[in-house]
Write a protein that binds this ligand. Structure first.
Ligand code: GMT
Length: 375
């Protein structure tokens, strides 16, 4: 198949899933055409089946807001027409599903029917999409897609509840490449971060409010009074500054390190003992899955799709959003030397269920269903 993939090319979850999916499809022999405004973060190598088409926006002094949606639709038309794509797969409803609708209508005038698959990732439904200015557009764009998928059953439920959706939504969970995300021998790295054999807690995210980084810092402040430990915060975003201040206010000193964005996140995860994800909302929790693949158990909130990934008392624990004390209690339990190896093994076993080789075929079958007009 010739597949067009449209996504945000950044480190964010939806962009990572879209890029890894494209790589998986290319490995299976499909020709994959990425259409984005810059080279996707995890697409930094040559592959004969992968093509990249950059969206360029015409600039003109009249434009206070550059017309990205129109430029994207124009690029989609160009790529579908000249590369003879079979299907367009857009990740994140806004504005990708809307631009895809426009492109589809334009292509219809040229006698081309391009099926559009939209994958909803989370904040496009649970936060941004609900905004009154966007909700009618999101509803329309989802209903006009030929196929719609969500990354968890919970997100499908949220989508049906928040919008008037007439389409059947298919759940295809997120996935992890176990060849890349696996525990590596990085003891030297661990010795640098934890010179006195402390336990290492890790969090990775885009540092937005929805991630509740303040809970992570509060959990750590309480935990470290009972278990010698260190906290590594990976990523960057609007909450980083205030959170650095909070850790100073709590006198956490050098026990907390903000390391910014990292490409080789699996190296850090390889030396971690516990991953923290106390999010307000999380449609799936891809970062937690990547941690589990590196044998790291997870302390998370019980919101959104997290219960579909993290198994209570097996791969970690889930608590109500904001219940810092419960999370501390559970973290102490996991970190006991007699419990930690079992949780680590269970985390890996669970991650294996979400191996990319199990999930990419689900997308392939779904494209075929859409092409047959059965979605
Ligand atoms: O976590 C974010 O805010 C980024 C966002 C995105 O769309 O880029 O992530 C969402 O999609 C990920 C990939 O499907 C999911 O694993 C995340 O759970 C989801 N984030 C939220 O629902 C907050």
């Amino acid at each position: 198949m010739k597949i067009g993939i449209v996504c945000y090319p950044t480190f964010g979850g939806s962009g990572v899933v879209a890029t890894e999916l494209g790589k998986g499809l290319a490995k299976n022999g499909h020709q994959v055409h990425f259409i984005t405004y810059t080279q996707p973060a995890r697409l930094d190598f040559f592959n004969e089946n992968i093509f990249y088409h950059e969206v360029n926006i015409a600039s003109y002094p009249l434009f206070q807001y550059p017309p990205y949606e129109s430029a994207l639709a124009g690029k989609m038309v160009d790529v579908v027409k000249y590369e003879k794509l079979d299907v367009l797969h857009v990740h994140y409803a806004i504005p990708h599903a809307t631009s895809a609708f426009l492109a589809k209508q334009i292509l219809k005038c040229h006698g081309i029917n391009i099926p559009v698959v939209t994958t909803l990732h989370g904040t496009d439904i649970t936060i941004v999409g609900k905004d009154a200015s966007l909700a009618p557009v999101v509803t329309f764009s989802i209903n006009e897609s030929d196929g719609v998928t969500t990354v968890s059953a919970d997100l499908r439920k949220d989508t049906y509840e928040a919008f008037d959706i007439k389409k059947e939504i298919e759940v295809i969970p997120n996935f992890v490449d176990l060849e890349r995300f696996k525990k590596q021998r990085k003891e030297h790295f661990k010795r640098i971060i934890c010179p006195n054999d402390e336990k290492l807690l890790v969090h990775t995210s885009n540092f937005r409010r929805v991630k509740r980084i303040e809970d992570i810092i509060q959990i750590f402040a309480k935990l470290k009074k009972q278990i010698p430990s260190k906290l590594l915060l990976v990523g960057d975003g609007p909450e980083r500054g205030p959170m650095e201040q909070l850790s100073r206010d709590l006198n956490l000193g050098e026990d907390v390190r903000f390391v910014g964005k990292l490409d080789a996140i699996e190296e850090v995860l390889s030396v971690a003992d516990l991953f923290l994800m106390p999010s307000e909302k999380e449609s799936f929790g891809l970062a937690a899955l990547e941690a589990m693949a590196c044998e790291v158990p997870v302390i998370s909130s019980n919101t959104g799709g997290l219960p579909e990934l993290n198994v209570q008392g097996v791969t970690g624990f889930l608590s109500n959003v904001g219940d810092v004390d419960d999370m501390v209690k559970n973290a102490i339990y996991i970190l006991q030397d007699e419990n930690l190896p079992t949780f680590k093994a269970n985390a890996l076993a669970r991650a294996r269920e979400f191996d990319i080789t199990n999930i990419v075929p689900m997308y392939e079958r779904y494209y075929e269903k859409v092409l047959r007009g059965e979605s």
